[in-house]
Design a protein around this ligand. Structure first.
Ligand code: MOS
Length: 724
């Protein structure tokens, strides 16, 4: 492939130049019908010949070593095929995602529920029965710290950022807030449980795996198995949600591959819901202290954000709690610090919008408290503190619609009707309105794609995944727009690791990164068409099977004696250093709080967002709504509970781990995308939306509760016992 395209300057390109009318349109997902009729096959839904079934055996101690396995009781079961374990494998720490293959005798146990072995049998039922009969011998190390404040606590020097003198600025401020907040641990809890089917064919592994980033996952799996990346092929055409939990490979993939290699038969491993909760990364609980100081005009003079998160010893990941505090508002005196508590809970990692999702609870409720102390409208307080440049790095911002979102949201929501605190009542219900800013960093991750144009239409090929977000739809729209084709003439083939390697789905970067590569590949095809027609590329028009430009015209079919194929790759360039890119927005919420039961009902939500070019109004809106629902969940419902003796997660299913049900979410949920083009972010001028909806929305709910009741809630989820 030729050199990658790098973002080195503003790229004011017109993606919708053919006038095909596809870009931004709220088109249906092409695979939607397959999904709702059960015809889309997910990773567990293949049945290769001679396939057998694996069930993970998991540790029943919190810390220690495995000294041996006794499977004699399992041996009695007809159809029992064996017990498999392999080398412990710690994944690329740079990605902050670690994981274990089932371990060998002698290997360490670091948390209760950790996978230690895989039992394989002819049927799933036999495997489950056999797994229960395995006796694991341990050398237990008692007294493992499992609570966040009992283990070793170390400072994370990478997160430390100090400017000016926070203490002095606080002492001299006209109004201050100094408050502590806590957020509970969260689970990703994707609808589709983690699943793998491993099959070796002539020394090459074919893996059906529910995964988000298969270009990376292929290498991880090769590392774990001691084979070359070329010997691994991953397929993941449909993924039923990830939310971070499928960014990296996990024990089901490694153990299925090890067992399949040993047995020379395909092996399927599907985690139970309880195993997903226990053995897949959680979002850490957080403790946060927020300090804000302002002058009498409401200009921030001091921002302090300190946090403590937890993880296993040796894990590289630490929830970037203060992520938004670094870039949202300015103050000359700032302090950002993080501590990591080392404990023996399930390891923590990325769960949707790592950082902003929990850090903005503290920042945005503290801003609400400060506004109250200053006697200033909370929207106005935010408008007065929007920085010129990134407060920590000094970078310029790419397109940033924070002020516009705040103003537009206030107008649409009827913010001027906000009651005086605690003044509006309907029977037992106290009614209030709250708001918060929204911000989530936007990244470009290297991504490649191939586009082929033939007389029959276009084919898009990349190993990009679609985790329910709409990749099939938007990549088809981009190719169709560029090549002047209706959407039903564009086929999109995704999530086969033998195809050009894409960004994958994570960190809200998938649509813009993979979309840019499809745009660039289609643009190469346009250049070839222009050459064949004899015009300049910028003069070329393609539509309705006709090609014209520079005074000549031809039938598209005549320019395509054989198909044209082009591959392109996008990479970060100089703009990633000179500019800071993020999606921005504002959340507005109305709640009713029962003074009898303490129940908080969300009545209305509005999110206004600037995310650059919107690629598909429908899938983008669904992402925003999904994020706002997560905001409600983390504000009011979601909480991982741990056994205080063992650290074991006790809320291990969707009955005990509460998430918002339909009845908890208002019908009146509005999403507005401001017209925006982000010329510095990428060549298609778009930004991520996946995680922006969750960033700040929970704080808006909690600020509305204050407006309704006068109560300041600082510990999340705000269950009724905290209200009464
Ligand atoms: Mo996301 S938490 O990067 O899937």
């Amino acid at each position: 492939m030729s050199e990658a395209f790098k973002m080195d300057e503003a790229q004011p390109r017109l993606l919708d130049e053919t006038g095909q009318g596809l870009i931004g349109e709220p088109l249906d997902r092409p695979e939607g019908r397959l999904k709702v009729t059960g015809q889309a096959r997910y990773s567990a839904e293949y049945a290769p010949e001679r396939m057998v079934h694996g069930v993970l055996v998991r540790a029943t101690i919190t810390r220690g070593r495995v000294t041996g396995f006794d499977d004699s009781a399992a041996q009695a079961l007809p159809g029992y095929l064996g017990l498999f374990h392999g080398p412990r494998f710690i994944r690329n720490p740079a990605q902050g995602m670690a994981d274990e293959a089932p371990c060998q005798p002698g290997e360490s146990i670091d948390y209760h529920g950790q996978p230690v072995a895989l039992v394989v049998a002819e049927s799933f039922e036999t495997a489950r029965d056999a797994a229960a009969r395995i006796v694991v011998h341990y050398d237990e190390a008692p007294g493992a710290p499992v609570a966040p404040d009992t283990g070793e606590i170390e400072e994370n020097e990478k997160r430390k950022s100090v400017q000016g003198d926070l203490e002095a600025a606080m002492a001299g401020a006209a109004a201050v807030v100094d408050a502590e907040y806590t957020t509970a641990g969260h689970a990703a809890a994707a609808m589709e449980p983690h699943a793998a089917i491993a099959e070796w064919r002539d020394g090459r592994l074919l893996m059906h795996g529910s995964l988000q980033m298969i270009r990376f996952n292929k290498n991880e799996l090769a590392d774990a198995l001691g084979v070359s990346p070329e010997a691994v092929r991953i397929l993941a055409p449909y993924v039923g949600g990830g939310f971070g939990s499928k960014l990296g490979i996990s024990s089901e993939h490694v153990s299925a591959a090890l067992a399949a290699r040993a047995l020379e038969r395909p092996v399927r491993v599907v985690m139970s819901r309880q195993t997903v909760f226990d053995a897949v990364l959680r979002r850490t609980e957080t403790w946060q202290r927020l300090r804000l100081g302002a002058d009498k005009d409401g200009r921030l003079t001091a921002i302090g954000h300190e946090d403590r998160v937890s993880n296993l010893e040796g894990e590289g990941f630490a929830e970037p709690v203060s992520a938004a505090t670094r870039f949202l508002y300015s103050a000359p005196n700032r302090l950002i610090r993080q501590h990591i508590s080392r404990n023996h809970r399930t390891p923590s990692g990325s769960v949707r919008a790592p950082g902003e999702a929990v850090g903005m609870f503290a920042l945005e409720t503290a801003m609400d408290e400060l506004a109250e102390k200053l006697g200033l409208d909370p929207v106005e307080l935010r408008l007065r503190n929007i920085p010129e440049r990134h407060p920590v790095t000094g970078q310029a911002y790419t397109a940033r619609a924070l002020a516009e979102s705040l103003r537009e949201g206030a107008k649409r929501f009827g913010w001027d009707q906000r009651p005086e605190t605690g003044s509006r009542r309907e029977g037992e219900w106290l009614i209030g309105m709250g708001m918060a800013g929204a911000g989530r960093s936007n990244m470009l991750v290297p991504s490649a794609a191939r586009v082929t144009l033939s007389r029959d239409g276009a084919l898009v090929e990349t190993d990009m995944t679609d985790i329910g977000t709409g990749s099939y739809a938007i990549l088809g729209q981009i190719a169709g727009e560029m090549l002047g084709l209706p959407i039903d003439k564009v086929a999109v083939h995704l999530a086969d690791s033998d195809l050009p390697g894409a960004s994958g789905s994570g960190g809200s970067f998938g649509a813009s990164s993979s979309g840019s590569s499809v745009f660039l590949a289609a643009r190469k095809i346009r250049e070839i068409l222009a050459q064949r027609l004899g015009c300049k590329p910028e003069e070329l028009k393609v539509s309705g099977g006709e090609v014209s430009g520079g005074g000549t015209r031809a039938k598209l079919a005549d320019l395509l004696p054989e198909p044209i194929s082009a591959e392109a790759k996008i990479e970060k360039g100089k703009t990633a250093e000179s500019h800071f890119s993020a999606g921005f927005g504002a959340h507005f919420v109305e709640v009713a709080v029962s003074e009898v039961s303490g129940e908080i009902r969300v009545r209305r939500m509005l999110g206004v967002f600037g995310i650059g070019r919107v690629l598909n109004e429908k899938t983008a809106r669904s992402q925003a709504v999904g994020g706002m629902v997560w905001g409600v969940g983390s504000a009011l419902h979601e909480e991982l509970g741990h056994d205080p003796r063992t650290g074991h997660i006790v809320t291990r299913d969707l009955a005990n781990y509460h998430i918002p049900a339909h009845a908890d979410i208002p019908r009146d949920m509005e999403v507005v995308f401001l017209p925006e083009r982000d010329d510095q972010a990428n060549p298609i001028q778009s930004k991520g939306i996946g995680e922006l909806g969750i960033s700040g929305s929970g704080a808006a709910v909690i600020n509305a509760v204050h407006n309704a009741t006068g109560l300041r809630l600082r510990h999340f989820p705000a269950t009724p016992d905290k209200v009464l």
